[in-house]
Design a protein around this ligand. Sequence first.
Ligand code: FMN
Length: 316
Amino acid sequence: MNLPVLKIGNKTAAVPIVQGGMAIRLSTARLAGTVAKEGGVGLVAASGLPFDQLRKEIRLARKISEGNGLIGINVMVAAKAFKGLITTAAQEKVDLIVAGAGFSRDMFAVGKEYNVPIVPIVSYAKLAKISERLGASAIVVEGTEAGGHLGTQRSIKDILPEILSVVNIPVIAAGGAITGSDVADLYKLGASGVQMGSRFAASEESNGSPFLKEVYLKMTKDDVVQIDSPVGLKGRAVLTPFSKSILEGHPMKPVGCDGCLKHCSRKFCIIRALTRAQQGDVETGLVFTGANMWKIKEILPVHEIFRRLKAELAQI
Ligand SMILES: Cc1cc2nc3c(=O)[nH]c(=O)nc-3n(C[C@H](O)[C@H](O)[C@H](O)COP(=O)(O)O)c2cc1C
């Protein structure tokens, strides 16, 4: 199976694989830049980054990409710094801005002002239609198999056809794709691109500590849980002492608060919990995962991930 190029606004990625944005600091310049170097779409996770650091990450990712593929950012709408982060990225002339964990009309104005394609993450048809009407260049449709914050409990394979029947912009499918055959299945349903998170979280270039990557390799299917995030959404995570404490209703309370979210239940600090996991504290950190991460048995370099995906697709 030969995959067509992915067009987002007036930008083109030769390989229609999008590396999903992964906060906090899991998808930084090295991962995003290397994915783009392979011809795909690399997304720097902007949530939780100071503006000047985001600028540096975007510039470094572009340098690593050697001018191939596309470089964008992913940001959580629920963050108070949302508008500042997307404006910073737009000033850096990123190729696209992907926004999830909430929906914002503001981002379309920023996209128009700086001529940057806006790509909302949606999980149901109504929001897909609204996105197209407001000027989205493409949408990412995430099913329940995805990692991180979830907008739905329905499978990508059920939602995708519904959404494709109501919009005409490119639709990038996300959730559960680990192999070339998974990617092919989403193409057969009509996707224009596939966003992958777990496979890239468990890559050499992902910015997570080796201890975090070891959790990914050791986990089983039974270790995949859903927790209530302070953002007000479900979050898909690995069963660790910390996620167990959330499920039991007594997570570690934050000492002090930066007030970083527009709305927060304050049951625990998600930014700090994700940061602890990224830095290798997998006991008190929150380890986000996709539903199929347990199928991954090796931490691979991005180049090898792309080589295998292409080889598997060529067999189909
Ligand atoms: C560790 C991890 C962290 C993630 N963080 C974010 C995030 O910060 N923002 C976001 O929009 N999606 C996030 N996601 C979702 C991914 O970008 C992607 O859409 C999803 O994981 C796709 O499903 P897959 O993991 O089965 O490939 C995260 C996923 C993982 C596995």
